[in-house]
Write a protein that binds this ligand. Structure first.
Ligand code: NI
Length: 205
């Protein structure tokens, strides 16, 4: 009886998490959820992150090894994103500014999920509009697929008549906080309050 109850709770929790994940991938709904302050969630070592090879704005090859020794904020999106990505990047920039000099120990990274349109140069120019230290990375479709898989990021092309290229991307909007060894520490979203992010980052630094 007791075990049954526990199982039911586990199943219910699993279903809830699944439902939340499904909801977060729906365009528009994600935006509406933004009203509710999303918490900064920390869990034990999660299977998030891992090796990657990408291309920096200068066209140079970069890997996860180049970032070892740095705390990272890793966010995925694309420069043609109409709303969610700009919000996420603004939240990251605001948190870094609020942290003050301590923020120098953090490298914020924006990885493109749209390698067809996001050239290295475009990524470099785009991120500078949000924060001078933001690093914009892109790659080949295969490199992007690999890093997205490592960070468990969902993305999918959807038909969009309003977009000049005829498509937009439906994608996960999660900012991953990684430690100096490349291990996952916590995550937040574009809807998390800046104060909550700052206090969590302060604990890590
Ligand atoms: Ni986006």
């Amino acid at each position: 009886m007791r075990l049954d109850k526990r199982l039911m709770i586990i199943v219910a929790a699993g279903l809830t998490l699944g439902a939340v994940a499904a909801l977060l991938t729906l365009p528009g709904l994600r935006e509406r959820l933004a009203g509710a302050a999303a918490p900064v969630t920390s869990v034990g070592k999660a299977q998030v992150g891992g090796p990657f090879t990408l291309i920096d704005p200068a066209g140079k090859r970069v890997t996860d090894k180049d970032f070892l020794g740095r705390h990272l904020l890793v966010y995925f999106g694309y420069t043609f994103c109409p709303d969610v990505c700009p919000t996420g990047l603004q939240v990251i920039a605001a948190a870094l500014d609020r942290l003050g000099p301590k923020a120098d120990r953090i490298t914020p990274v924006f990885i493109s999920l749209d390698p067809e349109r996001d050239t290295p140069q475009q990524m470099g120019e785009y991120v500078k509009a949000f924060h001078p230290r933001l690093v914009g990375l892109t790659g080949t479709p295969e490199q992007i697929a690999e890093v997205a898989r490592a960070y468990r990021v969902y993305y999918k092309k959807v038909k969009d008549e309003k977009s000049t290229a005829g498509y937009s991307l439906d994608h996960t909007s999660i900012v991953y906080v990684m430690d100096t060894k490349g291990d996952f520490v916590a995550h937040f979203t574009h809807a998390t309050a800046v104060e909550a992010i700052v206090s969590r980052l302060q604990k890590m630094l």
